[in-house]
Design a protein around this ligand. Structure first.
Ligand code: NAD
Length: 485
């Protein structure tokens, strides 16, 4: 019996006349079905959110709002195993990963922003006036209003709550549209929101797709004040067009083609470990993942050999097996896309160091969406495989001779999300990090995240920043009050 995933509007779980299947990427079988929201239901969700802004939520004391967010975190933790099972069923990711990152971070986001909102200040300016008595300006923070949250499938609960938590902390009301591939944890979150006692209409959930479905109905809706989106750059540009009609505030976290730069003086083992994780974690389906590696020539061959060994040592297994550290891709469609790049790499003249195909298991996983961890070399910097985001477990490794050359190659991309730099020369590390055109840059580490720091991309990788005060600044707006003394 497939699980049924309902919409959640005005505090009620709602079915519709149309459903779509959710597939388990490990076996390729449908394990759940979601009720697709039609335009009328999206309209109802927007109007419920608008009404809730004016109700109890709109005048709720901050301490009470914070307590409710804390309760949401507690309830996610109380239902940890259910959230974990749902995330693993939708994504196929290893339990070892989801139990350490996705679910705990999903809960932690509520605590981080419940604390964050208690610790923000606003501005005050004293000014002179012609009568000599002066005036004081001070600003207060107001919620933005009704916010549409459009989230992706790669870290479903984590990336959704990264938006839901600060939006609620700032007093907004929201409509969430999770990815059509991974709607299960969002549906569980709706249950938790209800159980926590968050007033009806504050959190609404609609299921569906992008174009001509719930995504587009929301992003073009005149009743939505702001959109926060994480996903592909191409989708971001469609959303921007839709949002322009009614001039909505936008926060965009989008694609990347992130470089890793390894200098010859780097701690070799740490660099292999770190870059290996950056290429293969979550089967390469991390926006911050490394798909281009530049290695200083004296250690190039040794590094490529080490990455080959790393790739071949990945344990591709069932999510529940403790040693599994490599799962399937999210969907058949995404696997076709990644495999088309594996093929293109060969056509473009790459040397396939390892991988490039589909693993064979001889069991139910052969119907799942697995691909091999893959390392390629030998492509010119102009090759499509070096330029385009693949979003799979593949990286191209190229040698460099000078620091200037490495920086130039790293920056030669339309994206600007993340980078990692590996060296024991601190001066070089600071110099190079300061020149990389990306929003998030790591030195001798990768994915080390302090949630207060600015998170987001330059160039085609995003608009605005999330994290700490940056999220709070997006989800609220300062209103100035000028008092003549
Ligand atoms: P996607 O753009 O296909 O989908 C994201 C969401 O947008 C889904 O909910 C989808 O239904 C919705 N959508 C699609 N078309 C729409 C439209 N026309 N109008 C409104 N909504 C629409 O992205 P994905 O495939 O789910 O995720 C992978 C992508 O996300 C990669 O490019 C990755 O780099 C990016 N990503 C970025 C970050 C970041 O923080 N920068 C984090 C994770 C993923």
């Amino acid at each position: 019996m497939k699980k049924q995933l309902k919409n959640f509007v005005a505090g009620e779980f709602v079915t519709t006349g149309s459903t779509f299947d959710i597939y388990n990427p490990v076996t390729g079988t449908a394990h759940a079905e979601a009720f697709e929201a039609d335009k009328a239901l999206v309209d109802r969700a927007v109007s419920a959110a608008r009404t809730a802004l004016k109700g109890e939520w709109g005048s709720m004391p901050l301490q009470k709002r914070r307590a409710l967010l804390g309760k949401v975190a507690d309830l996610i933790e109380a239902r940890f195993d259910e959230f974990l099972a749902a995330e693993v069923a939708d994504t196929g990711k290893p339990v070892s990963l989801a139990s350490h990152i996705d679910i705990p971070r999903g809960a932690a986001n509520f605590r981080v922003f419940a604390d964050g909102i208690a610790n923000v200040s606003t501005e005050t300016f004293e000014m002179d006036t012609p009568d000599g008595r002066g005036a004081i300006n001070y600003s207060v923070r107001k919620p933005l209003g009704v916010i549409a949250i459009i989230s992706p499938w790669n870290l479903p609960l984590l990336l959704m709550t990264w938006k839901v938590a600060p939006a609620l902390a700032c007093g907004n009301t929201i409509i969430v549209k999770p990815s059509e591939e991974t709607p299960s944890t969002a549906t569980l979150l709706a249950e938790v929101i209800k159980e926590a006692g968050i007033p009806d209409g504050v959190f609404n959930l609609v299921h569906g797709f992008g174009p001509d479905s719930a995504g587009e109905f929301l992003t073009s809706h005149p009743g939505v004040d702001a959109i926060t989106f994480t996903g592909e750059t191409r989708t971001g540009s469609a959303i921007m067009r839709a949002a322009s009609e009614t001039v909505k505030a936008l926060s965009f976290e989008m694609g990347g083609k992130n470089p890793g730069i390894v200098f010859a003086d780097a701690d070799f083992d740490a660099a292999v470990e770190g870059i290996g994780r950056a290429i293969f974690a979550n089967t390469g389906q991390v926006c911050l993942a490394t798909e281009r590696v530049y290695v200083e020539r004296p250690i190039f061959d040794r590094f490529v050999q080490a990455m080959k060994e790393k790739a071949e040592a990945m344990h591709i297994g069932l999510p529940q097996d403790a040693e599994t550290n490599f799962g399937p891709l999210v969907s058949a469609e995404h696997r076709d896309k990644v495999l088309s790049y594996y093929k293109l790499a060969v056509e473009e003249g790459a040397t396939v160091v390892t991988g490039g195909g589909v693993p064979k298991f001889g069991d139910e996983r052969d119907n799942g969406y697995y691909v091999q961890p893959t390392i390629i070399t030998g492509l010119p910097e102009t090759a499509r495989c070096v330029k385009e985001e693949i979003f799979g477990p593949i990286a191209h490794i190229a040698p460099f001779d000078t620091e200037e050359e490495a920086v130039a190659m790293a920056n030669d991309t339309e994206y600007g999300l993340a980078s990692s730099i590996w060296t024991t020369n601190l001066t070089c590390a600071h110099r190079v990090a300061g020149q990389i055109e990306a929003g998030i840059n790591w030195v001798n580490c990768w994915f080390l995240r302090d949630l207060r720091t600015p998170f987001g991309g330059t160039k085609m990788s995003g608009i605005g920043r999330e994290g700490g005060i940056h999220s709070i600044n997006f989800y609220s707006e300062p209103v100035n009050i000028c008092v003549k003394l």
